[in-house]
Design a protein around this ligand. Sequence first.
Ligand code: FMN
Length: 175
Amino acid sequence: MARVLIAYSTTDGHTREICDRLREVIERQGDQVTLVPVAEVAYADLESSDKIVVGASIRYGKHSPLVVEFMERNAPVLNRKPSAFFSVSVVARKPEKNQPHTNPYVRKLLRKIAWRPREVGVFAGKIDYPRYGDLDRMIIRGIMWLTGGPTDPKVVVDFTDWRQVEAFGSLIARM
Ligand SMILES: Cc1cc2nc3c(=O)[nH]c(=O)nc-3n(C[C@H](O)[C@H](O)[C@H](O)COP(=O)(O)O)c2cc1C
C-alpha cells in the first residue's frame, strides 16, 4: 500500500472536489491518500510519501504563486518520487486547450519550474456566478462572452469531465 500525498490549491473549492474524487479512485485501488492544502505541506510530509500529486486552479491567468513557489522549492524531492500535477481552468473546456502541451497555463508553468511530473492532467473547471463577488462576476462574464461561454449571472456550470478525473486517479494508482 503506497502513501499518496495530494497537495492542492483552491479558491472556490472545485479543485478540492477533484481531489476528493481522485482520493476515492486511488483508495479503491489500494493506496492510502492524504489531502493537504499546499500552504500546509511540510517537507517531512513529502519525504514520508511514496507518491506526490499537486493540483491547482487558475485565477486571472495564473496558478497561485504559493503553488509555483512550492514546486520550485521542492523540485528535488518531487523529482525523486513518482509524481503528478493537474491544473484546473475554464479555458480547458476547449478541446484545443485541454492537453498538457496545448494548455497555455500548463505549458508556461512547466517551462518555468525544474519539477518534471510523471503525469500531467488538464481539467476543465466550474463557473459559479452566484458565488462570485460583483467585480469577479462582471469580469468572468466578459471573458465568457468573448470566448463563447455562459454569461447568465444566475448559472452554475460544471465543465469537468469526471470520467477524465477518474482515469487520472487510476494513472496515479498505477504510478
Ligand atoms: C476570479 C476568477 C478568475 C479566473 N480566471 C481564470 C483564467 O484566467 N483562466 C481560466 O481558464 N479560468 C479562470 N477562472 C476559472 C477557474 O479556474 C475555475 O472556476 C476553477 O474551477 C476554479 O477552481 P477552484 O474553485 O479550485 O479555485 C477564474 C475563475 C475566477 C472565479
